[in-house]
Design a protein around this ligand. Structure first.
Ligand code: NZQ
Ligand code: ZN
Length: 398
Protein backbone atom coordinates (compact mmCIF):
# COMPACT_ATOMS: atom_id res chain seq x y z
CA UNK A 1 0.00 0.00 0.00
CA UNK A 2 1.32 3.43 -0.87
CA UNK A 3 0.84 6.65 1.11
CA UNK A 4 -2.42 8.41 0.45
CA UNK A 5 -4.60 11.37 1.40
CA UNK A 6 -8.31 10.70 1.50
CA UNK A 7 -10.25 13.95 1.28
CA UNK A 8 -13.99 13.64 0.82
CA UNK A 9 -15.52 16.67 2.53
CA UNK A 10 -18.88 16.72 0.72
CA UNK A 11 -21.87 16.54 3.04
CA UNK A 12 -24.24 13.92 1.65
CA UNK A 13 -27.97 14.37 2.27
CA UNK A 14 -29.52 11.17 1.00
CA UNK A 15 -33.09 9.94 0.56
CA UNK A 16 -36.67 10.79 -0.30
CA UNK A 17 -37.71 14.48 -0.41
CA UNK A 18 -34.23 15.64 0.57
CA UNK A 19 -34.31 18.29 -2.18
CA UNK A 20 -36.64 20.27 0.08
CA UNK A 21 -33.70 20.97 2.40
CA UNK A 22 -31.56 22.62 -0.27
CA UNK A 23 -32.30 26.23 0.69
CA UNK A 24 -31.40 25.62 4.34
CA UNK A 25 -28.18 23.86 3.32
CA UNK A 26 -27.09 26.82 1.20
CA UNK A 27 -27.73 29.16 4.12
CA UNK A 28 -25.60 26.91 6.39
CA UNK A 29 -22.74 27.18 3.92
CA UNK A 30 -22.98 30.97 3.83
CA UNK A 31 -24.68 31.51 0.45
CA UNK A 32 -26.82 34.60 -0.09
CA UNK A 33 -27.20 34.95 -3.85
CA UNK A 34 -27.41 31.68 -5.76
CA UNK A 35 -26.95 30.67 -9.38
CA UNK A 36 -29.31 27.77 -10.10
CA UNK A 37 -27.60 25.92 -12.95
CA UNK A 38 -29.40 23.17 -14.86
CA UNK A 39 -29.55 21.24 -18.13
CA UNK A 40 -31.95 20.87 -21.04
CA UNK A 41 -35.47 20.20 -19.84
CA UNK A 42 -35.68 17.21 -17.47
CA UNK A 43 -35.55 19.18 -14.20
CA UNK A 44 -38.13 21.67 -15.48
CA UNK A 45 -40.48 18.95 -16.77
CA UNK A 46 -40.40 16.90 -13.57
CA UNK A 47 -41.25 19.92 -11.40
CA UNK A 48 -37.91 19.63 -9.56
CA UNK A 49 -36.85 23.18 -10.44
CA UNK A 50 -40.07 24.58 -9.00
CA UNK A 51 -39.47 22.72 -5.74
CA UNK A 52 -35.91 24.05 -5.60
CA UNK A 53 -37.05 27.62 -6.23
CA UNK A 54 -39.58 27.16 -3.42
CA UNK A 55 -36.94 25.87 -1.02
CA UNK A 56 -34.61 28.79 -1.80
CA UNK A 57 -37.41 31.33 -1.35
CA UNK A 58 -38.42 29.77 1.98
CA UNK A 59 -34.83 30.08 3.14
CA UNK A 60 -34.81 33.78 2.20
CA UNK A 61 -32.27 33.34 -0.60
CA UNK A 62 -32.03 35.42 -3.74
CA UNK A 63 -31.22 33.62 -6.99
CA UNK A 64 -30.66 33.83 -10.73
CA UNK A 65 -30.88 30.93 -13.16
CA UNK A 66 -28.87 29.58 -16.06
CA UNK A 67 -30.17 26.50 -17.86
CA UNK A 68 -29.17 24.87 -21.12
CA UNK A 69 -26.16 22.79 -20.05
CA UNK A 70 -25.76 20.05 -22.65
CA UNK A 71 -24.12 16.65 -22.17
CA UNK A 72 -20.35 17.07 -22.58
CA UNK A 73 -20.76 20.63 -21.20
CA UNK A 74 -19.50 23.54 -23.21
CA UNK A 75 -16.97 26.23 -22.46
CA UNK A 76 -19.15 28.90 -24.11
CA UNK A 77 -21.93 28.42 -21.51
CA UNK A 78 -19.36 28.38 -18.71
CA UNK A 79 -18.13 31.78 -19.87
CA UNK A 80 -21.71 33.04 -20.06
CA UNK A 81 -22.27 31.77 -16.51
CA UNK A 82 -19.16 33.55 -15.25
CA UNK A 83 -20.27 36.88 -16.78
CA UNK A 84 -23.81 36.50 -15.42
CA UNK A 85 -22.63 35.57 -11.93
CA UNK A 86 -20.26 38.54 -11.77
CA UNK A 87 -22.99 40.93 -12.90
CA UNK A 88 -25.46 39.53 -10.38
CA UNK A 89 -23.07 39.18 -7.44
CA UNK A 90 -23.62 35.42 -7.12
CA UNK A 91 -21.79 33.82 -4.17
CA UNK A 92 -23.10 30.22 -4.29
CA UNK A 93 -23.48 27.81 -7.20
CA UNK A 94 -26.24 25.21 -7.18
CA UNK A 95 -26.03 22.48 -9.81
CA UNK A 96 -29.34 20.70 -10.45
CA UNK A 97 -28.60 17.77 -12.73
CA UNK A 98 -25.89 15.27 -13.59
CA UNK A 99 -22.17 15.34 -14.29
CA UNK A 100 -22.49 17.85 -17.10
CA UNK A 101 -24.33 20.42 -15.00
CA UNK A 102 -22.11 19.86 -11.96
CA UNK A 103 -18.91 20.17 -14.01
CA UNK A 104 -20.21 23.33 -15.67
CA UNK A 105 -21.05 24.77 -12.23
CA UNK A 106 -17.56 23.91 -10.96
CA UNK A 107 -15.99 25.65 -13.96
CA UNK A 108 -18.13 28.76 -13.40
CA UNK A 109 -17.22 28.74 -9.70
CA UNK A 110 -13.52 28.62 -10.63
CA UNK A 111 -14.03 31.32 -13.26
CA UNK A 112 -15.62 33.88 -10.93
CA UNK A 113 -12.80 33.34 -8.44
CA UNK A 114 -9.97 34.31 -10.84
CA UNK A 115 -9.32 37.13 -13.24
CA UNK A 116 -7.80 34.97 -16.00
CA UNK A 117 -9.68 32.94 -18.62
CA UNK A 118 -11.05 29.76 -17.01
CA UNK A 119 -9.96 27.60 -19.98
CA UNK A 120 -6.35 28.21 -18.92
CA UNK A 121 -7.01 25.79 -16.04
CA UNK A 122 -8.25 23.05 -18.33
CA UNK A 123 -5.32 23.54 -20.73
CA UNK A 124 -2.81 23.19 -17.91
CA UNK A 125 -1.57 26.78 -18.28
CA UNK A 126 -2.58 27.87 -14.76
CA UNK A 127 -3.56 26.43 -11.38
CA UNK A 128 -6.55 27.53 -9.33
CA UNK A 129 -6.00 29.12 -5.94
CA UNK A 130 -9.67 29.21 -4.94
CA UNK A 131 -13.15 28.15 -5.97
CA UNK A 132 -16.53 29.57 -4.97
CA UNK A 133 -18.83 27.17 -3.05
CA UNK A 134 -20.92 24.64 -4.96
CA UNK A 135 -23.93 22.57 -3.92
CA UNK A 136 -25.57 19.77 -5.90
CA UNK A 137 -29.03 18.31 -6.35
CA UNK A 138 -28.22 15.10 -8.22
CA UNK A 139 -30.60 13.73 -10.86
CA UNK A 140 -28.54 10.89 -12.36
CA UNK A 141 -26.25 8.30 -10.80
CA UNK A 142 -23.23 8.28 -13.08
CA UNK A 143 -20.27 10.67 -13.06
CA UNK A 144 -19.63 10.91 -9.32
CA UNK A 145 -18.97 14.61 -9.86
CA UNK A 146 -21.18 15.35 -6.85
CA UNK A 147 -18.30 14.24 -4.61
CA UNK A 148 -15.32 14.26 -7.00
CA UNK A 149 -12.53 16.79 -7.44
CA UNK A 150 -12.93 16.91 -11.25
CA UNK A 151 -14.59 19.12 -13.77
CA UNK A 152 -14.64 18.07 -17.45
CA UNK A 153 -15.41 20.73 -20.07
CA UNK A 154 -15.48 20.69 -23.87
CA UNK A 155 -14.43 23.58 -26.08
CA UNK A 156 -17.06 23.39 -28.82
CA UNK A 157 -14.78 25.11 -31.36
CA UNK A 158 -11.74 22.84 -31.08
CA UNK A 159 -13.65 19.76 -29.79
CA UNK A 160 -11.08 19.47 -27.03
CA UNK A 161 -12.53 17.83 -23.91
CA UNK A 162 -10.33 18.52 -20.92
CA UNK A 163 -10.51 18.02 -17.18
CA UNK A 164 -9.26 20.07 -14.27
CA UNK A 165 -8.84 18.41 -10.89
CA UNK A 166 -8.55 20.12 -7.54
CA UNK A 167 -9.95 19.32 -4.11
CA UNK A 168 -11.07 22.92 -3.69
CA UNK A 169 -13.92 22.30 -6.15
CA UNK A 170 -15.45 19.38 -4.26
CA UNK A 171 -19.09 20.32 -3.62
CA UNK A 172 -20.00 21.50 -0.12
CA UNK A 173 -23.07 19.30 -0.14
CA UNK A 174 -24.83 16.83 -2.41
CA UNK A 175 -28.55 16.24 -2.10
CA UNK A 176 -29.33 12.76 -3.40
CA UNK A 177 -32.90 11.59 -3.73
CA UNK A 178 -32.97 8.32 -5.72
CA UNK A 179 -36.58 9.04 -6.75
CA UNK A 180 -35.30 11.90 -8.92
CA UNK A 181 -33.62 9.30 -11.16
CA UNK A 182 -36.89 7.41 -11.94
CA UNK A 183 -37.46 9.60 -15.01
CA UNK A 184 -34.14 8.75 -16.67
CA UNK A 185 -34.36 7.20 -20.14
CA UNK A 186 -33.03 3.58 -20.03
CA UNK A 187 -30.03 4.54 -22.18
CA UNK A 188 -28.92 7.21 -19.68
CA UNK A 189 -29.44 4.83 -16.76
CA UNK A 190 -27.23 2.28 -18.53
CA UNK A 191 -24.57 4.91 -19.33
CA UNK A 192 -24.53 5.72 -15.63
CA UNK A 193 -24.10 2.07 -14.62
CA UNK A 194 -21.09 1.78 -16.93
CA UNK A 195 -19.51 4.98 -15.65
CA UNK A 196 -19.93 3.97 -12.00
CA UNK A 197 -18.35 0.58 -12.66
CA UNK A 198 -15.53 2.14 -14.62
CA UNK A 199 -14.60 4.65 -11.91
CA UNK A 200 -13.80 1.74 -9.62
CA UNK A 201 -12.29 -0.45 -12.36
CA UNK A 202 -9.93 2.37 -13.33
CA UNK A 203 -8.60 2.21 -9.77
CA UNK A 204 -8.73 -1.59 -9.51
CA UNK A 205 -6.38 -2.31 -12.41
CA UNK A 206 -3.22 -1.15 -10.69
CA UNK A 207 0.35 -2.26 -10.24
CA UNK A 208 0.30 -1.60 -6.49
CA UNK A 209 -0.04 -4.71 -4.35
CA UNK A 210 -1.45 -5.11 -0.83
CA UNK A 211 -4.37 -2.74 -0.77
CA UNK A 212 -6.61 -5.58 0.37
CA UNK A 213 -9.29 -3.52 2.09
CA UNK A 214 -9.49 -1.25 -0.94
CA UNK A 215 -9.76 -4.30 -3.21
CA UNK A 216 -12.61 -5.76 -1.22
CA UNK A 217 -14.48 -2.45 -1.02
CA UNK A 218 -14.02 -2.11 -4.78
CA UNK A 219 -15.23 -5.63 -5.50
CA UNK A 220 -18.24 -5.18 -3.23
CA UNK A 221 -19.10 -1.93 -4.96
CA UNK A 222 -18.81 -3.43 -8.44
CA UNK A 223 -20.93 -6.49 -7.59
CA UNK A 224 -23.57 -4.22 -6.05
CA UNK A 225 -23.66 -2.06 -9.17
CA UNK A 226 -23.89 -5.07 -11.50
CA UNK A 227 -26.78 -6.58 -9.55
CA UNK A 228 -28.74 -3.40 -8.95
CA UNK A 229 -28.02 -2.23 -12.48
CA UNK A 230 -29.95 -5.24 -13.77
CA UNK A 231 -32.77 -4.48 -11.34
CA UNK A 232 -33.23 -0.85 -12.42
CA UNK A 233 -33.10 -1.74 -16.10
CA UNK A 234 -36.10 -4.02 -15.47
CA UNK A 235 -37.86 -1.84 -12.88
CA UNK A 236 -36.94 1.85 -13.28
CA UNK A 237 -38.94 2.81 -10.18
CA UNK A 238 -37.29 0.30 -7.82
CA UNK A 239 -36.32 2.79 -5.11
CA UNK A 240 -33.85 0.56 -3.30
CA UNK A 241 -32.01 -0.43 -6.46
CA UNK A 242 -31.85 3.22 -7.58
CA UNK A 243 -30.57 4.11 -4.10
CA UNK A 244 -27.78 1.51 -4.26
CA UNK A 245 -26.66 2.87 -7.64
CA UNK A 246 -26.77 6.47 -6.50
CA UNK A 247 -24.68 5.86 -3.40
CA UNK A 248 -22.27 3.64 -5.36
CA UNK A 249 -21.86 6.40 -7.94
CA UNK A 250 -20.56 8.79 -5.29
CA UNK A 251 -18.33 6.30 -3.51
CA UNK A 252 -16.92 5.04 -6.79
CA UNK A 253 -15.41 8.41 -7.64
CA UNK A 254 -14.75 10.19 -4.34
CA UNK A 255 -11.38 8.45 -3.94
CA UNK A 256 -12.43 5.63 -1.59
CA UNK A 257 -11.87 2.78 -4.05
CA UNK A 258 -8.43 4.12 -4.91
CA UNK A 259 -6.96 4.50 -1.43
CA UNK A 260 -3.42 3.15 -1.07
CA UNK A 261 -2.74 2.71 -4.76
CA UNK A 262 -2.45 4.55 -8.06
CA UNK A 263 -5.33 4.48 -10.53
CA UNK A 264 -5.09 3.89 -14.27
CA UNK A 265 -7.72 6.03 -16.06
CA UNK A 266 -6.46 5.20 -19.55
CA UNK A 267 -9.94 4.14 -20.73
CA UNK A 268 -11.29 7.47 -19.46
CA UNK A 269 -8.65 9.54 -21.23
CA UNK A 270 -9.14 7.60 -24.44
CA UNK A 271 -12.92 7.98 -24.14
CA UNK A 272 -12.83 11.72 -23.51
CA UNK A 273 -11.36 12.25 -26.99
CA UNK A 274 -14.18 10.17 -28.46
CA UNK A 275 -16.99 12.03 -26.69
CA UNK A 276 -15.27 15.39 -27.30
CA UNK A 277 -15.08 14.74 -31.06
CA UNK A 278 -18.23 12.72 -31.73
CA UNK A 279 -20.77 13.87 -29.12
CA UNK A 280 -21.32 10.42 -27.64
CA UNK A 281 -22.51 9.90 -24.06
CA UNK A 282 -19.49 9.32 -21.82
CA UNK A 283 -20.75 5.99 -20.37
CA UNK A 284 -21.54 4.61 -23.82
CA UNK A 285 -18.09 5.63 -25.05
CA UNK A 286 -16.48 3.81 -22.12
CA UNK A 287 -18.50 0.64 -22.81
CA UNK A 288 -17.51 0.78 -26.48
CA UNK A 289 -13.80 1.05 -25.68
CA UNK A 290 -13.24 -0.91 -22.47
CA UNK A 291 -13.06 -4.43 -23.94
CA UNK A 292 -10.44 -3.30 -26.47
CA UNK A 293 -8.38 -1.61 -23.76
CA UNK A 294 -8.67 -4.75 -21.59
CA UNK A 295 -7.61 -7.15 -24.33
CA UNK A 296 -4.71 -4.85 -25.22
CA UNK A 297 -3.29 -4.73 -21.67
CA UNK A 298 -4.52 -8.04 -20.22
CA UNK A 299 -1.23 -9.94 -20.54
CA UNK A 300 0.52 -7.29 -18.45
CA UNK A 301 -1.15 -8.86 -15.39
CA UNK A 302 -3.46 -11.71 -16.35
CA UNK A 303 -3.75 -12.72 -12.68
CA UNK A 304 -5.34 -9.36 -11.85
CA UNK A 305 -7.85 -9.74 -14.65
CA UNK A 306 -8.51 -13.32 -13.48
CA UNK A 307 -9.26 -12.05 -9.96
CA UNK A 308 -11.68 -9.51 -11.47
CA UNK A 309 -13.29 -12.34 -13.47
CA UNK A 310 -13.79 -14.50 -10.38
CA UNK A 311 -14.58 -11.94 -7.66
CA UNK A 312 -16.65 -9.51 -9.70
CA UNK A 313 -17.99 -11.33 -12.75
CA UNK A 314 -18.54 -14.68 -11.01
CA UNK A 315 -16.36 -16.73 -13.41
CA UNK A 316 -14.74 -20.00 -12.35
CA UNK A 317 -10.96 -19.88 -11.88
CA UNK A 318 -8.95 -22.00 -14.29
CA UNK A 319 -5.73 -22.59 -12.32
CA UNK A 320 -4.03 -24.19 -15.32
CA UNK A 321 -4.73 -21.19 -17.50
CA UNK A 322 -5.40 -17.91 -15.61
CA UNK A 323 -5.27 -16.03 -18.90
CA UNK A 324 -8.32 -17.92 -20.06
CA UNK A 325 -10.17 -16.91 -16.87
CA UNK A 326 -9.05 -13.32 -17.48
CA UNK A 327 -10.54 -13.38 -20.98
CA UNK A 328 -13.76 -14.90 -19.68
CA UNK A 329 -14.11 -11.98 -17.26
CA UNK A 330 -13.69 -9.45 -20.07
CA UNK A 331 -16.27 -11.28 -22.18
CA UNK A 332 -18.66 -11.54 -19.23
CA UNK A 333 -18.56 -7.79 -18.66
CA UNK A 334 -19.12 -7.16 -22.37
CA UNK A 335 -22.14 -9.47 -22.28
CA UNK A 336 -23.45 -7.47 -19.32
CA UNK A 337 -23.00 -4.20 -21.26
CA UNK A 338 -24.88 -5.71 -24.20
CA UNK A 339 -27.68 -6.90 -21.90
CA UNK A 340 -28.25 -3.38 -20.56
CA UNK A 341 -28.23 -1.89 -24.06
CA UNK A 342 -24.71 -0.49 -24.15
CA UNK A 343 -22.36 -0.68 -27.15
CA UNK A 344 -19.20 -2.79 -26.98
CA UNK A 345 -17.56 -1.39 -30.10
CA UNK A 346 -17.26 1.96 -31.86
CA UNK A 347 -19.57 0.92 -34.76
CA UNK A 348 -22.27 0.14 -32.17
CA UNK A 349 -22.12 3.77 -31.01
CA UNK A 350 -23.91 4.74 -34.21
CA UNK A 351 -21.49 7.50 -35.17
CA UNK A 352 -20.71 6.01 -38.59
CA UNK A 353 -17.31 4.97 -39.90
CA UNK A 354 -14.36 6.64 -38.21
CA UNK A 355 -11.33 7.15 -40.42
CA UNK A 356 -7.69 6.30 -39.73
CA UNK A 357 -6.96 10.05 -39.77
CA UNK A 358 -9.58 10.66 -37.06
CA UNK A 359 -8.11 7.84 -34.98
CA UNK A 360 -4.67 9.39 -35.28
CA UNK A 361 -6.05 12.83 -34.38
CA UNK A 362 -7.74 11.47 -31.23
CA UNK A 363 -4.57 9.61 -30.19
CA UNK A 364 -2.47 12.75 -30.69
CA UNK A 365 -4.86 14.87 -28.65
CA UNK A 366 -4.98 12.18 -25.98
CA UNK A 367 -1.20 12.28 -25.51
CA UNK A 368 -1.31 16.10 -25.53
CA UNK A 369 0.59 15.93 -28.81
CA UNK A 370 3.29 13.63 -27.46
CA UNK A 371 3.74 15.37 -24.10
CA UNK A 372 2.33 12.55 -21.92
CA UNK A 373 1.62 8.86 -21.78
CA UNK A 374 -1.82 7.68 -20.74
CA UNK A 375 -2.59 5.21 -17.93
CA UNK A 376 -0.51 3.73 -15.12
CA UNK A 377 -1.29 -0.01 -15.22
CA UNK A 378 0.23 0.03 -18.70
CA UNK A 379 1.57 3.38 -19.87
CA UNK A 380 0.23 3.93 -23.37
CA UNK A 381 1.85 6.03 -26.06
CA UNK A 382 0.24 7.23 -29.26
CA UNK A 383 0.73 3.89 -31.08
CA UNK A 384 -0.91 1.87 -28.30
CA UNK A 385 -3.84 4.28 -28.07
CA UNK A 386 -4.33 4.09 -31.84
CA UNK A 387 -4.35 0.29 -31.66
CA UNK A 388 -7.03 0.36 -28.96
CA UNK A 389 -9.22 2.70 -31.06
CA UNK A 390 -8.65 0.44 -34.07
CA UNK A 391 -9.55 -2.72 -32.12
CA UNK A 392 -12.73 -0.99 -30.93
CA UNK A 393 -13.48 0.15 -34.48
CA UNK A 394 -13.00 -3.39 -35.84
CA UNK A 395 -10.01 -2.33 -37.92
CA UNK A 396 -6.85 -4.43 -38.38
CA UNK A 397 -3.90 -3.54 -36.14
CA UNK A 398 -0.16 -4.12 -36.13
O1 NZQ B 1 -30.29 18.10 -19.85
P1 NZQ B 1 -31.41 17.32 -19.28
O2 NZQ B 1 -32.72 17.59 -19.92
O3 NZQ B 1 -31.47 17.43 -17.78
O4 NZQ B 1 -31.13 15.76 -19.65
C1 NZQ B 1 -30.02 15.06 -19.13
C2 NZQ B 1 -28.98 14.73 -20.20
O5 NZQ B 1 -29.56 14.71 -21.48
C3 NZQ B 1 -30.51 13.69 -18.74
N1 NZQ B 1 -30.98 13.61 -17.36
C4 NZQ B 1 -30.26 13.85 -16.22
N2 NZQ B 1 -31.03 13.59 -15.16
C5 NZQ B 1 -32.24 13.19 -15.62
C6 NZQ B 1 -32.22 13.22 -17.03
N3 NZQ B 1 -33.28 12.86 -17.78
C7 NZQ B 1 -34.40 12.49 -17.15
N4 NZQ B 1 -34.49 12.42 -15.80
C8 NZQ B 1 -33.44 12.76 -15.02
N5 NZQ B 1 -33.55 12.65 -13.68
O6 NZQ B 1 -29.37 12.84 -18.86
C9 NZQ B 1 -28.55 13.32 -19.90
C10 NZQ B 1 -27.10 13.18 -19.49
O7 NZQ B 1 -26.78 14.06 -18.43
P2 NZQ B 1 -25.25 14.27 -18.03
O8 NZQ B 1 -25.21 15.24 -16.93
O9 NZQ B 1 -24.47 14.57 -19.27
O10 NZQ B 1 -24.84 12.80 -17.54
P3 NZQ B 1 -23.67 12.32 -16.63
O11 NZQ B 1 -23.99 12.49 -15.20
O12 NZQ B 1 -23.34 10.97 -17.12
O13 NZQ B 1 -22.44 13.31 -16.92
C11 NZQ B 1 -21.61 13.13 -18.03
C12 NZQ B 1 -20.52 14.17 -18.04
O14 NZQ B 1 -19.71 14.05 -16.85
C13 NZQ B 1 -18.33 13.91 -17.24
C14 NZQ B 1 -18.44 13.21 -18.57
O15 NZQ B 1 -17.25 13.27 -19.31
C15 NZQ B 1 -19.59 13.96 -19.22
O16 NZQ B 1 -19.16 15.18 -19.74
N6 NZQ B 1 -17.59 13.24 -16.18
C16 NZQ B 1 -17.32 13.94 -15.07
C17 NZQ B 1 -16.58 13.43 -14.03
C18 NZQ B 1 -16.27 14.23 -12.83
N7 NZQ B 1 -16.54 15.52 -12.85
O17 NZQ B 1 -15.75 13.71 -11.83
C19 NZQ B 1 -16.03 12.07 -14.07
C20 NZQ B 1 -16.56 11.23 -15.18
O18 NZQ B 1 -15.60 10.26 -15.51
C21 NZQ B 1 -16.95 11.96 -16.41
O19 NZQ B 1 -15.84 12.19 -17.25
ZN1 ZN C 1 -16.38 8.48 -16.03
Amino acid sequence: MINFTYHSPTKVIFGRQTEETVGDEIVKFGGQKVLIHYGGQSAQKSGLLDRIRGSLKNAGLRYVELGGVQPNPRLALVREGIALSRREGVDFFLAVGGGSVIDSAKAIAYGVSHDFDVWDLFCGKRAASKCAPIGVVLTIAASGSETSYSSVITDGDTKLKRSYNDDIARPKFAVMNPELTFTLPPYQTACGIVDILMHTMERYFTNIRHAELTDRIAEGLMVTVLENGRRVMKRPEDYDARAELMWAGSLSHNGLTGTGRTGDFAAHQIEHELSGMFEVAHGAGLAALWGSWARYVCRHDAARFARFAVEVMGCKMNYHDPEQTAMEGIEALERYFTDIGMPISIPQLGIGEISDAQIEEMAEKCTFYGKRTVGQFVKLEKTGIMEIYKLAAGKPIG
